[in-house]
Design a protein around this ligand. Structure first.
Ligand code: SIN
Length: 312
């Protein structure tokens, strides 16, 4: 019977503790193990769950090695016939990056549900337990496929998710696309399908993550002169995601440096630093558009493109 939910722990504020119970800012992330997080939610006692601690980090420190391990462990569990879905507990700060990475690598047909919290586990108003309960419900829901994030009663697709607030519990948005659904009093309601793509597969991810191609994000801003691009190229950068202004516009000095980098083989992708909308391509564009991907997700696209063997 396909009914087991596997919960993979990676740390974050959801597993954070503070010496002062009411302190929702001065706490230490990634202190409590994933089994303890599950035990703190009485409603989960009757759900067939398995827990595995994949990492224990503040997600600002997320990196390629944890991404690779997480992708492999999630793929392993999702392939088990008895597993209905996988939940990943994570920090909110890079949640959208890990969600997008897992979505592009795995494109799972079962639910892979990311969840997190804005307040530590020791807070009297902790949001983690409810988010974890909701995430498990979504992971067991037949109508859900792919990587989604469940926070504050909302279900976001990995493609559209972004953190938009520094401290409120309603810190995430799906922008113009809107949420995929909601969890209300334990009931999962899906209102739209998720954007679908083609999985790159875990075999694309080399074991030695220190050798993964270097891809950086460069901002266009007043006075951007392109010096940072020249320095990065001299340092062996392979890809540059641009956080451009408005509808993908780039300071002309920065653009010259990027065109030079592109002519030398560096992959460039132009996204916008705006909080909403997409980069609408124009006939006279000289640098490729990342469409609706944010700069951090455009960076992941470039990373995966550079990891792909030339013949693929
Ligand atoms: C983190 O991202 O690990 C810390 C912040 C958070 O989870 O809200």
């Amino acid at each position: 019977m396909q009914n087991i939910i596997v919960v993979l722990g990676t740390g974050g504020t959801i597993a954070g503790t503070s010496a002062v119970a009411g302190d929702n800012i001065g706490y230490t992330a990634a202190q409590i193990g994933v089994s303890q997080l599950v035990k703190a939610v009485p409603e989960l006692a009757s759900v067939p769950l398995e827990c595995e601690q994949v990492a224990q980090v503040d997600s600002k420190d997320m990196g390629f090695a944890i991404w690779r391990t997480l992708a492999l462990r999630a793929a392993h569990h999702l392939a088990r016939a008895e597993v209905a879905g996988v939940v990943v507990t994570h920090g909110t700060d890079t949640l959208e990056e890990t969600a997008y990475f897992l979505q592009r690598v795995l494109e799972p047909t079962k639910p892979l549900v990311m969840t997190a919290a804005m307040r530590p586990a020791t807070s009297p108003q902790a949001d983690g337990p409810q988010n974890l309960l909701d995430a498990v419900r979504v992971a067991g829901h037949l109508g859900v496929q792919g990587v989604v994030a469940v926070l504050n009663g909302q279900i976001h697709s990995a493609h559209d998710l972004r953190k938009t607030h520094t401290y409120r519990v309603d810190a995430f948005s799906s922008g113009d696309a809107g949420v995929m659904g909601v969890v209300a009093h334990g009931e999962v309601r899906i209102s739209r399908a998720r954007p679908k793509g083609v999985a790159t597969g875990c075999e694309l991810l080399p074991t030695d993550t220190t050798a993964w191609p270097r891809v950086e994000i460069v901002h266009s801003h007043a006075g951007a002169d392109g010096a940072v691009v020249r320095l990065l190229c001299a340092d062996g950068v392979r890809g540059l995601a641009i956080a451009a202004t408005g509808n993908g516009t780039v300071h002309h000095h920065l653009e010259s440096a990027l065109l030079q980098a592109q002519s030398e083989g560096v992959k460039v992708l132009r996204s916008s630093r705006c909080l909403g909308g997409r980069v609408l391509a124009k006939a006279d564009d000289v640098l490729p558009s990342a469409d609706d991907l944010t700069p951090v997700k455009a960076r992941i696209e470039l990373l995966l493109e550079l990891l792909r063997p030339p013949s693929a």
